[in-house]
Ligand binder design. Structure first.
Ligand code: AMP
Length: 131
């Protein structure tokens, strides 16, 4: 179910548990600011998630309240993961879902990195506006 991104941070969300090491994940990258791991249900040949170490519900929350160091560290980590996975030359897609219309399911900010194949249109055809 999509979440309400205006709710307070829930320390029991699944990505908080991953950050605390309470449930397993396949680590891709880890530093002071960000953690990257493979999506459990990949939608593309490459489907990696990058999350900030801080307690942020969504992109909205993060962009409004995170420190400049946190934002820089997170954005740099996304770039590092994409480069280390060899995605730059063939190209890739970043996606951050926010709230109901964005169909965000986990209430801890995450950026999806998709790659390793052609990725098609930005919006699924059945939802895309035409004309
Ligand atoms: P979103 O709809 O943007 O909130 O995306 C949530 C993503 O988290 C989905 O792509 C899920 O497959 C992924 N996901 C959920 N639980 C786990 C988990 N335990 N480990 C890795 N990825 C997960």
């Amino acid at each position: 179910m999509p979440i309400d991104p205006t709710l307070p941070y829930d320390d029991n969300n699944i990505f908080a548990k991953i950050l605390r090491g309470e449930i397993p994940s396949k680590t891709v990258y880890d530093d002071e600011w960000a953690y990257a791991f493979e999506d459990i249900n990949p939608q593309a040949e490459t489907h990696t998630l990058v999350i900030p170490k801080g307690r942020y519900v969504s992109w909205d929350d993060f962009s409004a309240t995170a420190s400049a160091d946190e934002i820089a560290g997170f954005v740099r980590a996304v770039g590092i993961v994409a480069r280390e996975k060899g995605l730059v030359e063939p190209g890739y897609r970043l996606m951050a879902n926010i709230g109901r219309n964005g169909h965000q399911e986990v209430p801890h900010l995450h950026v999806h990195i998709f790659g390793g194949q052609k990725l098609g249109p930005m919006i699924a055809p059945e939802f895309a506006k035409r004309g």
